[in-house]
Write a protein that binds this ligand. Structure first.
Ligand code: ATP
Ligand code: MG
Length: 176
């Protein structure tokens, strides 16, 4: 049976993505590593991994109606996942609204037989991979406020030389 690798994410505006790319640029002389392409920067809400294509189609069809309560998440600190050699940007603490969005999403996905990972949700945007110096820079750029009102469902396709993302569905913003 064929599968597709899926994840739900918040996708930044072009402007916010450009600011986050600036965070990556500021850190890179200190940490080393490889910057993610600006147009691929995102905050993963739920990584599903490989899913049967029939289920993937079902999830894509249902996603528009999974409306998110709009909220804010601050990009206010750098962090490092030293084992994965990743430098990230994210909030100091997980905002309650974002945690609720994550929990609701996994509760819904549970109905399809999908289970959340055991680790707690750590919202972050991966900025650099393969960092050499596994400590976040001491100086943090000015904080950014990310206002979100929707999530996207993304297929991650493995190609030689890395993965390519394809947005397959997005939730409708709530009516004002
Ligand atoms: P590649 O793995 O080919 O280098 P990638 O990491 O960009 O590419 P995916 O592995 O498909 O692509 O991951 C998509 C998103 O889900 C990324 O934000 C990644 O950090 C996140 N992710 C991947 N695996 C997990 C996991 N096991 N748990 C939580 N998040 C994950
Ligand atoms: Mg990966």
């Amino acid at each position: 049976m064929s599968t597709v690798r899926l994840f739900f994410a918040l996708w930044p505006s072009t402007r916010l993505a450009a600011s986050l790319a600036g965070w990556a640029e500021q850190a890179r002389p200190l940490t080393g590593g490889r910057a993610m392409r600006t147009e691929t920067l995102h905050l993963t809400l739920a990584f599903l991994g490989p899913v049967d294509t029939a289920l993937a189609d079902e999830l894509a069809a249902a996603t528009p109606d999974r409306r998110l309560a709009p909220g804010d998440v601050a990009m206010e600190r750098y962090g490092v996942f030293s084992r994965q050699r990743i430098l990230w940007a994210g909030p100091a603490d997980t905002p309650a609204g974002l945690q609720a969005a994550h929990d609701d999403l996994w509760q819904w996905l549970g109905g399809y037989g999908l289970a959340a990972p055991p680790q707690p949700f750590r919202p972050h945007v991966t900025l650099l991979r393969n960092i050499v110096h596994a400590h976040p820079p001491e100086e943090t750029p000015a904080p950014l406020t990310w206002r979100y009102d929707r999530m996207v469902l993304v297929a991650s396709e493995s190609l030689t030389g890395g993965s390519r993302y394809r947005v397959v569905a997005q939730s409708r913003p709530r009516d004002p």
